[in-house]
Design a protein. Structure first.
Length: 80
């Protein structure tokens, strides 16, 4: 996992590039996805609380519970 830097990412934004290979086991990939979901859920809840006039009003901003699998948004191999 590496950070994608300016020119590819607008200033003030951030992106991570995650590169998988045949050497990664399904268990390693599951651990990565679980960790990403935990971080994204935490950030979504924090952002919802900060945007709300009533801090407890927006608690449903979650990414998911990982029952539906992963979503790929593009690769370096011209595959979408």
């Amino acid at each position: 996992v590496v950070a994608v830097r300016l020119q590819k990412v607008p200033e003030g934004a951030c992106r991570l590039r995650i590169t998988l290979s045949a050497a990664h086991t399904p268990v390693q990939i599951e651990h990565l996805l679980d960790a990403l979901v935990a971080v994204l859920n935490s950030e979504a809840q924090h952002a919802a609380a900060m945007d709300s006039a009533e801090p407890c009003a927006k608690r449903e901003g979650t990414v998911g519970n990982r029952t539906g699998g992963a979503e790929i948004h593009g690769t370096d191999a011209d595959v979408d």
